[in-house]
Design a protein around this ligand. Structure first.
Ligand SMILES: *[C@@H]1O[C@H](CO)[C@@H](O)[C@H](O)[C@H]1NC(C)=O
Ligand SMILES: *[C@@H]1O[C@H](CO)[C@@H](O)[C@H](O)[C@H]1NC(C)=O
Ligand SMILES: *[C@@H]1O[C@H](CO)[C@@H](O)[C@H](O)[C@H]1NC(C)=O
Length: 228
C-alpha cells in the first residue's frame, strides 16, 4: 500500500517536471510579419478586412538554439480563460498578434487557435513565469519595434514598382535598434516580397542580440526586396 502511494506521488512529481517552463535554449526570435505579404501567401484564406493590413504584426516569440529551431515538448496547454481574465492583455493581443489565416476546420475562434498553437509550440518552454507573462512580453516587444515607422524615418515606404536594396532595409532597422535583424521573404513570380522581420533577444528578452550571429535561420531574400 505504502509502495503504491509512493509510486503515485513519484509519478505526479515527474509529470510536473515535464510541464515546467524553461528548457534551456540560446536566444529568442521575435518574429514580425508584414500582413500584405502573408495575405498574398495564403490567398483567399487571409482575413485582412478584420486587421490593420498595411502593418507589421507579431507572428511569434520563439526560443531557438544557435544551430537549430526548437519545438517545445511541454505538456502544458494554452488556457483561453486565463487570457480572457485579463481584458487589457486580450485587447493588446488582438491588436498586435492577430491570426491572418482562416482555418475553417478550427471554426471561428481564429485568434485563440493561433495563440494556442504558438504558445504550445514555442511559449511553453520559454523562460517566463506564466502563459500571460509570455504573451505580455510579446505585446511589449511589438510596442518597442515599430518597423513600419522605422522604415518611414528612413524614407522607406511601401511601393509597388521598385524594390529596395536589402542593405537599405537592414541598415534602417540596425540604426534604430542597434542590432541586426533577419529578413525573410516570400517569392512570387521570381520577385522577393518582404514577409518577416526577425529581431533577436537573449533568452529572457531583456537584451537585444544580432541575428546575424545566429545560424539557426538564414535569410531567403535576394538583394532586391519588394516592400509593398
Ligand atoms: C539547446 O541548447 C542548450 C544549450 O545552449 C542545450 O542545453 C539544449 O539541450 C539544446 N536543446 C536542444 C533541443 O538541442
Ligand atoms: C494584465 O496584463 C497586463 C499586460 O497587458 C499586465 O501588465 C498586468 O499585470 C496583467 N494583470 C494581471 C492582473 O495579471
Ligand atoms: C551587433 O554587431 C555590431 C557590429 O559588430 C556591434 O557594434 C553591436 O554592438 C552588436 N549589437 C548587439 C546588440 O550585440
Amino acid at each position: 500500500m505504502l509502495k503504491l502511494l509512493l509510486l503515485v506521488l513519484f509519478s505526479a512529481a515527474s509529470l510536473q517536471a515535464i510541464t515546467t517552463h524553461g528548457q534551456p535554449y540560446d536566444y529568442l526570435q521575435y518574429v514580425l510579419q508584414w500582413q500584405k505579404t502573408k495575405c498574398l501567401k495564403v490567398g483567399r484564406r487571409c482575413t485582412p478586412r478584420l486587421q490593420p493590413y498595411e502593418e507589421f504584426t507579431t507572428h511569434g516569440l520563439w526560443p531557438t538554439n544557435l544551430s537549430k529551431m526548437l519545438t517545445c515538448k511541454s505538456a502544458s496547454k494554452f488556457s483561453s480563460t486565463m487570457l480572457q481574465n485579463n481584458a487589457s492583455l486580450l485587447s493588446k493581443m488582438e491588436n498586435s498578434w492577430p491570426n491572418l489565416e482562416q482555418r475553417v476546420a478550427q471554426g471561428k475562434g481564429n485568434n485563440m487557435w493561433f495563440w494556442a498553437m504558438e504558445y504550445e509550440k514555442h511559449g511553453t518552454c520559454a523562460k517566463f513565469s506564466s502563459q500571460n507573462t509570455y504573451l505580455s512580453k510579446a505585446c511589449d516587444l511589438w510596442e518597442e519595434n515599430k518597423i513600419k515607422e522605422i522604415f518611414e524615418h528612413h524614407k522607406i515606404i511601401p511601393r509597388n514598382a521598385t524594390p529596395y536594396k536589402d542593405v537599405l532595409l537592414m541598415n534602417a532597422i540596425q540604426m534604430e535598434t542597434r542590432s541586426s535583424p533577419l529578413l525573410l521573404c516570400h517569392r512570387i513570380n521570381g520577385d522577393y516580397l518582404l514577409w518577416e522581420v526577425v529581431l533577436c533577444y537573449d533568452d529572457t528578452a531583456k537584451k537585444r542580440m544580432n541575428c546575424s550571429d545566429q545560424s539557426a535561420r538564414q535569410t531567403n531574400c535576394g538583394t532586391d526586396i519588394y516592400y509593398k
